[in-house]
Design a protein around this ligand. Structure first.
Ligand code: NDP
Length: 325
């Protein structure tokens, strides 16, 4: 028997319970893994509160982890016992010492990537990859805006975008976070708590607007983000840390210059195994070469996941974070 964080009912962090739970034996196509560390992501908060519905309760939350393969079920060819592996995405269930998971979701780790680092970077790092290559072709000459630039996704996306040759403008909610965003490579950082982001973007881009906005903040920034774009620019609304974006009239996109809008999910960009492996390989490459640094600015023991949720949702975190198992 091993232990896991179990959610019996949607709600606050008090609903997360550290309990004994049998991980079971791996069925056909599955692997049993022992986690060394587990990631904490904003989507875990949405699952806890019920903003994103879960198939059933009780449930073990968590979308990201890394560890070692203990055993594999019938027909598994992707990994073998003893191998270091990591994953990000469905099915949920990472907040556990041990778990069974479809082997096709596991990525073997190269020597250059420590297991604990992998647990902190897979979800946010592969997200940065599809945002930069899948949602908009960021390249030399692209000018982009990334909100929450000192956050988990932001702190990986910023240096990666710079490496591709983009001019990167970030927003951040405190002086300390603005320093971190600059250190990550932002060419300009805007304090978005005082407003006026669109006007500042016009100043910084000679009135043109940016090619693409990466907006994970949602409700608080969505409409202003549209005002930051050049005609035919692309709005990537990929999260809702401040709350869900209210319904709006698509005519708004025409009025602001025939804008493009996408609301993507990592799950779709990495659903096929070849896409998952391609995203992971690119991420391992930029991390191993030092293009992107993984800042594990916070960590807690898995049993104290409630503290991690509280810190993340109250805007106290920077960079990425892990739960040690
Ligand atoms: P972050 O580390 O970016 O943390 C969220 C940050 O958002 C905060 O630190 C804060 O930065 C900013 N923020 C602004 N307003 C609020 C608010 N009202 N409450 C809380 N935070 C606020 O988190 P992650 O890196 O884990 O995720 C970033 C976002 O990206 C999330 O919305 C997540 O759901 C989304 N995401 C989407 C994916 C997808 O495929 N669609 C995949 C991965 C993540 P500051 O203080 O600087 O304002």
């Amino acid at each position: 028997m091993s232990k896991a964080i179990v959610l019996h009912a949607h709600g606050g962090v008090d609903n997360l319970h550290w309990e004994e739970r049998d991980p079971g034996r791996p069925g056909a196509g599955e692997a049993l893994i022992r986690h060394e560390a587990v990631g904490v992501n904003f989507i875990d908060i949405y699952h806890r509160t019920g903003l994103y519905p879960l198939p059933a309760l009780p449930a073990v939350l968590g979308m990201e982890g890394a560890g070692i393969v203990l055993a594999v079920g019938e027909g598994v060819t992707e990994v073998q016992p003893g191998q270091r592996v990591a994953y990000a995405g469905r099915p949920i269930g990472a907040y556990a010492e041990e778990r069974c998971i479809p082997a096709r979701r596991l990525v073997p780790l190269p020597d250059a990537i420590p297991t604990r680092m992998a647990a902190a970077m897979m979800l946010r790092g592969m997200t940065a990859r599809y945002l930069l290559h899948g949602c908009y072709p960021v390249r030399q000459g692209t000018t982009l805006l990334v909100h929450a630039a000192a956050g988990g996704v932001g702190s990986m996306l910023v240096p990666w975008a710079c490496h591709l040759g983009a001019t990167v403008i970030g927003t951040a909610g405190s002086p300390e976070k603005r320093e971190k965003a600059l250190a990550a490579g932002c060419h300009h950082v805007i304090d978005y708590r005082t407003g006026g982001v669109a006007a500042r973007i016009r100043e910084l881009t000679d009135g043109r607007g940016v090619d693409v906005v990466y907006d994970s903040v949602g409700q608080a920034t969505f409409m202003d983000s549209l005002d930051c774009l050049r005609p035919m620019g692309t709005m990537v609304s990929f999260g809702q840390s401040s709350g869900a974006v209210p319904p709006f009239d698509p005519g708004v996109l025409a009025a602001r210059g025939s804008l493009f809008l996408t609301r993507p999910s990592l799950m779709h960009y990495t659903e096929r195994r070849e896409d998952l492996l391609a995203h992971a390989a690119d991420l391992f490459d930029v991390v191993a070469r030092g293009v992107v640094s993984v800042h594990i600015d916070q960590s807690w023991p898995l049993a104290q996941v409630a503290e991690a949720h509280t810190a993340l949702e109250s805007r106290r975190t920077t960079g990425t974070m892990v739960l040690d198992v």
